[in-house]
Design a protein around this ligand. Structure first.
Ligand code: HXC
Length: 258
């Protein structure tokens, strides 16, 4: 499918989705978000894809929701259409892993989009922020909720209330990003991580994603039970026999997603 605001490329089981509105620093307008959700759903449904990377340009992962598009909307407009609700639900409904490879600005909806991915690999030029407060609004796609769970109340309040940007190094220290690498190495690092994931059994990969995400939804005892049941269920797969058998036979496992 041809898209206007993103580029999609599948290689070696990794689907690379590149946000592509350079004239607006990849600001997330309706078209881009809709195309992104469609591309993610296509990748989720494709046998050729085992891991997904979402990235932007060197200067901007995404500088936020499109302010031009939002500026004239009224409360009735955004409440009636439930702005950003459907598209966020489509993105968080993806079952295959999604890595955000972030260089430059990840602001507002851009930071929120990165947080909707499963983990963030950042270049040393990355800048995260929730500057919506400067626009007389506040985050609307997770900036007050996911960010608080990821980096704690004090830093989340600071970022949400002052609108300050957080550099990559602080973001890694705070737990927002999993790795920081020099800008030149960002895509190699993200692709390497995606290829590592692509080698695993998709059954354990999807169950693991589900279990980790569950930890944000339920109390610890429920989460542990959920994890244990998923763990037990993987013993019904051929891949469990293959994985453990290969270890014992001192060879590489050949997973078949069965
Ligand atoms: C629309 C945007 C944009 C945005 C940048 N542009 N961010 N257009 N929406 N969010 C456009 C600019 O208008 C400009 O277009 C071009 O991109 C280049 O931007 P500059 O400002 O000239 O670049 P620079 O001086 O390098 O500054 C970069 C920047 C700044 C610091 C990232 O652009 C900025 O502060 N952007 C807004 C960040 C923000 O407030 N994000 C939160 C949005 S609200 P022209 O045509 O003039 O060249 C939000 C709500 C989320 O995300 C709620 C739920 C999703």
């Amino acid at each position: 499918m041809a898209f206007e605001t993103i580029n999609v490329d599948v290689q070696d089981h990794v689907c690379l989705i590149k946000l592509n509105r350079p004239e607006a620093l990849n600001a997330l307008n309706t078209e881009l978000l809709s195309e992104l959700a469609t591309a993610l759903e296509d990748a989720d449904a494709s046998d050729k894809v085992r891991c997904i990377i979402v990235t932007g340009s060197e200067k901007a992962f995404a500088a936020g929701a499109d302010i031009k598009e939002m500026s004239e909307k009224s409360f009735v407009d955004v409440y009636s259409e439930d702005l950003f609700a459907k598209v966020s639900n489509r993105i968080i409904g993806i079952r295959k892993p999604i890595i955000a490879a972030v260089s430059g600005y990840a602001l507002g909806g851009g930071c929120e989009l990165a947080m909707m991915c499963d983990f963030i690999i950042a270049s040393d030029t990355a800048k995260f922020g929730q500057p919506e407060i400067n626009l007389g609004v506040m985050p609307g796609m997770g900036g007050s909720q996911r960010l608080t769970r990821f980096i704690g109340k004090s830093k989340a309040m600071d970022m949400n209330l002052t609108g300050r940007f957080m550099e990559a190094e602080e973001a890694e220290r705070a737990g927002l990003v999993s790795r920081v690498v020099p800008a030149k190495k960002l895509m190699d690092e993200a692709t390497g991580a995606a290829q590592k994931i692509a080698e695993k059994s998709q059954l354990s990969v999807m169950a693991t994603k589900e279990a980790v995400n569950r930890s944000y939804e339920v109390p610890l005892a429920e989460g542990l039970l959920y994890e244990r049941r998923l763990f037990h269920s993987l013993f019904a797969t051929e891949d469990q026999k293959e994985g453990m058998g290969a270890f014992l036979e001192k060879r590489e496992a050949q997973f078949r997603d069965k």
